[in-house]
Ligand binder design. Structure first.
Ligand SMILES: CC(C)(COP(=O)(O)OP(=O)(O)OC[C@H]1O[C@@H](n2cnc3c(N)ncnc32)[C@H](O)[C@@H]1OP(=O)(O)O)[C@@H](O)C(=O)NCCC(=O)NCCS
Length: 151
């Protein structure tokens, strides 16, 4: 992900109703966090209709629960017309690979309890639910499912 992608990233964040990082949030992460994992999917000429087709934002950080580092995947989305083509899976596989390179031994993400599609994708990659976070989401309010995978 480059700073020049951020207008599209923020548009997709809004469209997909993701947790709000906003332009400044992504920009700060790109500029200042050497362990940020920020990815986009680009089209291949001549079939390019959008600047990006999807993105993933995460970061490797020290683990709060144990020694070592963990990858936290914060946001992932693909434009509606490009879904079910394997782009979400590619973004996640690339993020897990990068997380390993940065020394993470586990990866985590939260997902809305009602988001069956995303949960199916995560489970197909090997993520397992490990906890329910009551009232984790607002607007609309909903419990979150914490999912984990060993890297
Ligand atoms: C979740 C999301 C990123 C998935 O991206 P995607 O590019 O469509 O996913 P993929 O094509 O890589 O899907 C891979 C597999 O995951 C599962 N899957 C993905 N979306 C699914 C859905 N809506 N319903 C059921 N299974 C689904 C399927 O097993 C799929 O394989 P298949 O198409 O061969 O059956 C996309 O639906 C999205 O942007 N949703 C809105 C934002 C969102 O919910 N983000 C997650 C927040 S935690």
């Amino acid at each position: 992900m480059l700073e020049s992608d951020l207008a599209a990233v923020v548009e997709l964040e809004w469209l997909a109703r993701l947790s709000h990082w906003g332009y400044e949030g992504y920009r700060m992460e790109l500029r200042h966090n050497p362990l940020a994992v920020m990815l986009v999917v680009r089209g291949q000429a001549p079939f390019v209709t959008r600047p990006i087709y999807g993105f993933l934002a995460g970061r490797v950080q020290l683990s709060a629960r144990r020694d070592g580092r963990e990858l936290h995947i914060a946001n992932i989305a693909v434009y509606p017309e490009a879904r079910r083509m394997g782009l979400g899976r590619r973004l996640l596989n690339e993020a897990l690979y990068t997380g390993r390179l940065y020394g993470a031994t586990t990866a985590f993400l939260e997902v809305r309890q009602s988001n069956q599609g995303a949960q199916a994708l995560y489970a197909s990659l090997g993520f397992v639910p490990i906890a329910r976070k009551r009232g984790f989401y607002t607007d609309p309010p909903e419990d979150g499912l914490l999912m984990e995978i060993a890297l």
